[in-house]
Design a protein. Structure first.
Length: 438
């Protein structure tokens, strides 16, 4: 084992979640000495053994192990201590919304306080967490100044560069997606851009201010949310008119300026259901942005209504939800439509069951649903199946075991309607009332 750490430039990565750990590992494998900080002692212990606590992220296990072997990556729960040793500090701590869709700063405020207590003069601080426009400078720059006495733009440099990656392909995206970066002054911008050119080797898009970079990231999410809402609105209208939305999309999108998204049972994850509220709560309270949130969040209720119209009361019905994750082939329940479905089914007096190959039975029970394996004998007692997230494992489902099933609601328009109908089970999709034309 070779110890390169003494001669390498130093980086502190604050927050070792899925993106933070990946950033730390990539930096450490690009000739940086990386100090990772996280409030979870299990996370830091794992990293200090060269083991990634993040699963299903291709290439991450190998990067973490290689960084560990080269003594280029260590982790601690003492954030201020890690920050005090670093020339560059990258903050990637989540900002979420609460049950009233108000911005919840608690986690990142705590992290930035620790940053302020450890920061040294002439350090570079970069925020990667998705933020409402203005927060890098007006909230967190001010917080660091008030606690440390160091002035942003004079005693330390401050920049914003949003993460723009996708679960299950983060390492690929870090290399191939352009990195947007904005600094509070020319020197901050130059330092941040130079850092990313060396640490990631990706293309740079330098913008005029942190606010521009912050706005750009939220705008990306709003764009997707609005276009998914449009697809859902058109899908519901297509059902009224007896038109299959899947055929419409295939036909319309042959025109190069059309890009109608796929409709679905809802939108989940850390990004799309959350970040539009960073605009809505800062003044964009009317128009497409809040309307799209309403449309997409209403799709779970729409799905339940479709089921009731088909089979009547859901009281004491056994209903299986396929997919606890918010989308296929990831293990991430944040803002998943499955959680809305579980709540609504319980309110209707139904018995919700969940299958998800990424989650253990114990983990599924934490969400107030009963786990059910697809080869379990109790599948014969299921009345309705809802496809919520299409995992690869669901390509080979044998629905013949569901001998009591009256309806399969295909919330992602992925299942074969003819195969389902042959078993005497009714099929409904989203915008495909009679099923897909297989």
């Amino acid at each position: 084992m070779t110890d390169h750490s003494e001669s390498l430039p130093t980086v502190a990565v604050v927050g070792l979640g899925k993106i933070g750990l990946t950033l730390a590992a990539v930096f450490a494998n690009h000739r940086y000495n990386v100090f990772g900080a996280d409030i979870n002692p299990d996370v830091t212990a794992s990293v200090n053994q060269g083991i990634s606590h993040i699963q299903n992220e291709p290439g991450l296990d190998e990067l973490v192990w290689a960084a560990h072997q080269n003594n280029a990556l260590s982790a601690t729960t003492a954030t201020a201590e890690a920050v005090s040793q670093a020339d560059t500090i990258v903050v990637i701590v989540p900002v979420l919304t609460d049950e009233q869709n108000q911005i919840d700063y608690r986690m990142i405020d705590r992290a930035v306080e620790d940053v302020a207590n450890g920061i040294q003069k002439d350090a570079l601080v970069i925020f990667e967490t998705t933020l409402p426009p203005g927060d890098t400078e007006n909230r967190f720059g001010k917080m660091i100044k008030d606690i440390s006495g160091l002035r942003p733009g004079r005693d330390f440099d401050l920049a914003y560069s949003p993460e723009r990656v996708y679960s299950n392909q983060i390492i690929h995206d870090l290399e191939h997606y352009p990195k947007i970066v904005g600094g509070i002054n020319e020197k901050s911008l130059e330092r941040a851009a130079d850092f990313y050119k060396t640490a990631l080797g990706c293309e740079m898009i330098e913008v005029s201010s942190p606010e521009t970079a912050e706005f750009a990231k939220v705008a990306e999410c709003v764009y997707r949310d609005v276009n998914i809402a449009l697809a859902n609105e058109l899908a519901r209208f297509a059902e009224d008119k007896g038109v299959q939305m899947t055929e419409v999309i295939n036909a319309s999108n042959s025109q190069p300026y059309a890009n109608i998204h796929s409709p679905g049972i809802g939108v989940g994850g850390h990004c799309i259901p959350i970040y539009p509220y960073f605009f809505i709560n800062k003044g964009l309270s009317e128009g497409l942005t809040p309307l799209s949130r309403k449309i997409n969040d209403n799709m779970a209720d729409y799905a339940i209504t479709k089921i009731e119209e088909r089979i009547g009361s859901l009281s004491d019905k056994n209903i299986l939800i396929l997919g606890l994750s918010y989308r296929g082939n990831v293990k991430e329940p944040t803002k998943s439509t499955a959680l809305m479905l579980i709540d609504q089914l319980q309110e209707k007096g139904a018995n919700p069951f969940v299958n998800d190959p990424s989650f253990s039975d114990r983990e599924i029970r934490l969400y107030d649903a009963a786990p059910l394996a697809l080869n379990d004998q109790h599948c014969s007692e299921i009345d309705v199946v809802i496809l919520q997230a299409f995992h690869d494992a669901y390509n080979a489902i044998d629905f013949s075991h569901f001998t009591n099933c009256q309806l399969i609601l295909d919330g992602r328009n992925k299942l074969n309607q003819k195969d389902i109908n042959r078993l005497g089970i009714a099929y409904e999709g989203i915008g495909n009332e009679g099923g897909l034309p297989f």
